[in-house]
Design a protein around this ligand. Structure first.
Ligand code: FUL
Length: 514
């Protein structure tokens, strides 16, 4: 582990002149060092050999850090997408249907999946996920393995298929597509018997092979039993194997993955500044046997698996549409704050927007989403650091400080720079003094997650003044602070599990800070 906390009086290389003075100091110290060098050489050699010996066992036993799979890496980049809860509950005004509802209740009067996609695009979402089957067991596609589907409803004379219409609309609109397939099923007659596991696999196989590529598959944590007391022992290992085989690029969500984890609340929030992408799942199960909500929220700093957090929340109090909640739609400001505390804390955000009984996104929701999308676009429109240069404060060998084009400012998330000794910092030069109040930083997660804490500083004439401090970074951290005007920004790694590697730093002036 590197330094735990650098000294407050550290003014290392705050200016080029200071850098030069410091380098000269090091140089004269080196002369004295040369005189005593010989004396110590033999001792050092022996000592080095002993240290090497004692370290060898440690090195051998040190496992490489967990890193994301290529699928998870791509998933991290999706950042924000919409959730659609739609089905009989939309028409019966409940949240959990019993599975006994007549199929005819499902009858949207003007289904328009292109409108859903247009709203998603305007909100800035990169994909959508729909409840293909919720706990009531009703399938939004004409599944061969159920008699409780759109086919049995009077909607479009039993010829409709919501999953077909939405997956086609997603392709037309350039959105990723995913499905929620509830393991809990309050309708299926086999539920509660080993045969249901076969039914689930057949149903999933049909869904996963009929509608093109999926980016995510959602397994809900509510794995309960019906009023009849039926309890299912799910064969999740088999479900995982089949899903991975049929949709190798999809990331599987559940309380404990295997692709991404639930965040421990349904408010869409990482509750503290700390969010590790790692989790230990050995001995845990989905549902009641899951790790504590707090652990799901923060992750495990030394967890064995790469299992990043996904924050789920609804734009309304309920997951399904209820007319009486039309005036309870979250405001663009509330959505922005949720965004900062989810995406801004390194998680992905899935925001539920329930289509109404027409089969359209209600006007209230679409207005809020358009304003939210506009706010995000404006906030991140002008990256003041893009293409600028950084100083070389961490390159000890350089006698003259140099500016250079760095991977952290190249706009390419796949390139990165290791933040090395001695003071583990990177200094960005904006070219001239600029006002800013927001900084976005990304760790190179392809190398794992290492940063435990970091600070942001600006020069104050004497040295560096800290303007913000936080703990983990991971896929990204967005920090807001009172507006400052400065030419240089120093990001200092205060504590890190290993050598930190940053992939991007972006600097913004965002209007109307909270
Ligand atoms: C919960 C479910 O029980 C809700 O109905 C909803 O689907 C939500 C996203 O997950 O656990």
């Amino acid at each position: 582990m590197f330094e735990k906390r650098a000294s407050k009086t550290d003014t290392w290389h705050s200016t080029p002149a200071a850098y030069l003075a410091q380098s000269i100091q090091i140089f004269s110290c080196m002369k004295t060092f040369h005189i005593v060098k010989k004396w110590y050489e033999a001792k050092a050699c022996l000592l080095g050999f002993m240290v090497l010996l004692s370290n060898t066992s440690g090195l051998l036993s040190q496992a490489p850090p967990p890193v994301p799979t290529p699928q998870q890496l791509a998933w991290h980049d999706t950042e924000f997408y919409l959730f659609f809860h739609f089905g009989p509950n939309t028409f019966t005004n409940v949240e959990w249907g019993h599975g006994t509802e007549p199929e005819d209740v499902f009858n949207p009067s003007a289904l328009d999946c292109d409108q859903w996609c247009r709203v998603a695009k305007q909100a800035g979402a990169r994909g959508v996920i729909i409840t293909a089957k919720h706990h009531d067991g009703f399938c939004l596609w004409p599944s061969k393995f159920s008699t409780h589907t759109v086919r049995e409803s009077k909607w479009r004379n039993g010829k409709g298929d919501v999953i077909r219409e939405l997956s086609d609309a997603c392709r037309r609109n350039g959105l990723l597509f995913g499905v929620y397939l509830s393991p809990w099923d309050r309708n299926h007659p086999q539920y509660g018997t080993p045969a249901y596991n076969d039914v689930y696999v057949q149903t999933m196989t049909e869904l996963l092979t009929s509608y093109g590529d999926l980016f995510e598959i959602w397994w809900d944590g509510a794995n309960g039993e019906g009023p009849n007391g039926k309890k299912q022992v799910y064969d999740f290992h088999r479900f995982e194997r089949v899903a991975a085989q049929l949709q190798p690029n999809a990331v599987i969500f559940s309380d404990i993955g295997p692709g991404c984890r639930w965040v421990g609340n349904e408010r869409g929030l990482i509750l503290s500044e700390t969010n590790w992408c790692m989790l230990d799942t050995a001995g845990f199960q989905r549902g009641l046997g899951a790790p504590s909500n707090d652990t799901l929220n923060r992750g495990n700093e030394n967890g064995a698996l790469w299992l990043p957090a996904e924050c789920d929340v609804s734009i309304r109090p309920g997951w399904f549409y209820h007319a009486e909640e039309d005036n309870k739609v979250k405001s663009p400001e509330t959505l922005w704050n949720i965004y900062l505390q989810s995406v801004g804390r390194g998680a992905n955000l899935i925001l539920n927007v329930p289509p109404d009984r027409r089969g359209r996104i209600h006007e209230q929701d679409s207005l809020a989403l358009m304003a939210f999308g506009e706010k995000c676009r404006k906030a991140f429109a002008h990256n003041l650091a893009k293409g600028k240069k950084v100083w070389t404060p961490h390159r000890v060998c350089a006698f003259t400080p140099k500016k250079y084009r760095s991977f952290v400012l190249d706009g390419d998330r796949s390139t990165f720079e290791k933040i090395t000794s001695p003071n583990k910092s990177v200094v960005i030069d904006l070219g001239k003094k600029k006002k800013f109040n927001t900084l976005l930083v990304r760790e190179a997660i392809s190398q794992g997650q290492a940063v435990q804490s970091f600070s942001i500083e600006v020069p104050d004439g004497k040295g560096w003044r800290e303007i913000a401090r936080s703990s983990t970074i991971g896929a990204r951290k967005i920090l807001q602070f009172p507006e400052v005007k400065a030419r240089q920004i120093r990001i200092r790694i205060l504590a890190s599990k290993r050598e930190a590697a940053l992939s991007e730093v972006e600097v913004y002036q965002v209007e109307e800070v909270r």
